[in-house]
Design a protein around this ligand. Structure first.
Ligand code: NDP
Length: 286
């Protein structure tokens, strides 16, 4: 147990990348995974395979968890709750803010400290300078383990509330999934019309660069200013109908633009036809 030794529990693509990065940086790494064979390659590179969860927890002060969800966290930690005492659990498992807060209490009741993390990059970016993770929880614990955490990613510390990192992560991932599926829908229309994703790539990059719109709308959203001076829901609904018809004519499923159009129509029915699309905030959260 040294300042450069760590336990990693969970060897999906993310945990595997984390454990590999620690090995690359000369850390002594102890591993536990439900499916032990997933550790084979890392053990061949010098990692220790713990036979039990208890042994994995006892091996190091800092224990990094990278699991599918918090149900998996409990399924594992409940195998050896007594071994949690004195440990710092860097829980880089994504789940809801409520789950993160409850797990922090559950962990504290067993004498351990939970740091919540929401990793903002995919596995291949772990250990690279651009990688960042949202963190929240006890600042002191994060400072104690700063060097080890920064082996994986930069630290974007949000505050003491253990749910904050999960909340920021979920807000980001909300935009990520809906935005990326929008990209895929556009590419389905492109491909149905003989345009390859590579051919459209420079246009996709420009279209998906929302920075101008985000910086324009953010202060208006905060001020509750939904003035339709540059765009209106009525204009947006007409545009979405064109998108839907183009998708249908291309033989592409149109349920995604139809869902967005439904949202716009609800905004119009609520009297916001001449307001900006930001007035949808009132439909999304009445
Ligand atoms: P996976 O879902 O592939 O993680 C699987 C890990 O969880 C494996 O170690 C698996 O064990 C374990 N696990 C799942 N259920 C249980 C259970 N009931 N009991 C014991 N172990 C269980 O996810 P990733 O590795 O891709 O990601 C890990 C976390 O990081 C997730 O919370 C994810 O949201 C987050 N994340 C992932 C990113 C990505 O691009 N992959 C990006 C940013 C965040 P076993 O091997 O035995 O199946």
């Amino acid at each position: 147990m040294t300042a450069t030794s760590v336990t990693v529990i969970g060897l999906g693509p993310m945990g595997h990348a984390m454990a590999g990065t620690y090995l690359d940086k000369g850390y002594e790494v102890t591993l536990w995974n439900r499916t032990p064979a997933k550790a084979d390659g890392l053990v061949a590179r010098g990692a220790h395979r713990a036979d039990t969860v208890e042994a994995a927890l006892k091996a190091n002060d800092l224990v990094v968890l990278s699991l599918t969800d918090y149900a998996a966290v409990y399924a594992i930690l409940e195998q050896a709750p007594a071994a949690l005492a004195g440990r710092t659990i860097a829980n880089l498992t994504s789940d809801t803010p409520t789950q993160a807060r409850e797990a922090a209490e559950w962990t504290a009741a067993r004498g351990a400290v939970q740091i919540t993390g929401g990793v903002q990059v995919p596995p291949p970016a772990i250990g690279t300078p651009e990688a960042v993770t949202y963190y929240s929880g006890p600042k002191e614990a994060i400072e104690t383990h700063r060097a080890a955490l920064e082996v994986l990613t930069g630290i974007d510390y949000l505050g003491e509330d253990p749910g904050l990192a999960a909340l920021f992560y979920q807000i980001g991932i909300d935009m990520f999934w809906t935005g990326l599926v929008g990209y895929l829908h556009g590419q389905a229309v492109a491909q149905a019309n003989g345009i390859s994703a590579q051919q459209f790539l420079p246009h996709a990059v420009k279209t998906m660069d929302f920075r101008y719109f985000l910086e324009f709308y953010a202060p208006r959203i905060d001020a509750g200013n939904h003035e339709g001076d540059v765009d209106t829901l009525a204009m947006g609904a007409a545009s979405l109908e064109h998108v839907m018809h183009t998708a249908r004519a291309s033989g592409v499923d149109s349920s995604l633009p139809a869902a967005v159009l439904d949202l716009f129509r609800r905004g119009i029915a609520a009297g916001h036809g001449q307001d900006s699309l930001t007035s949808l905030a009132k439909v999304l959260k009445p």
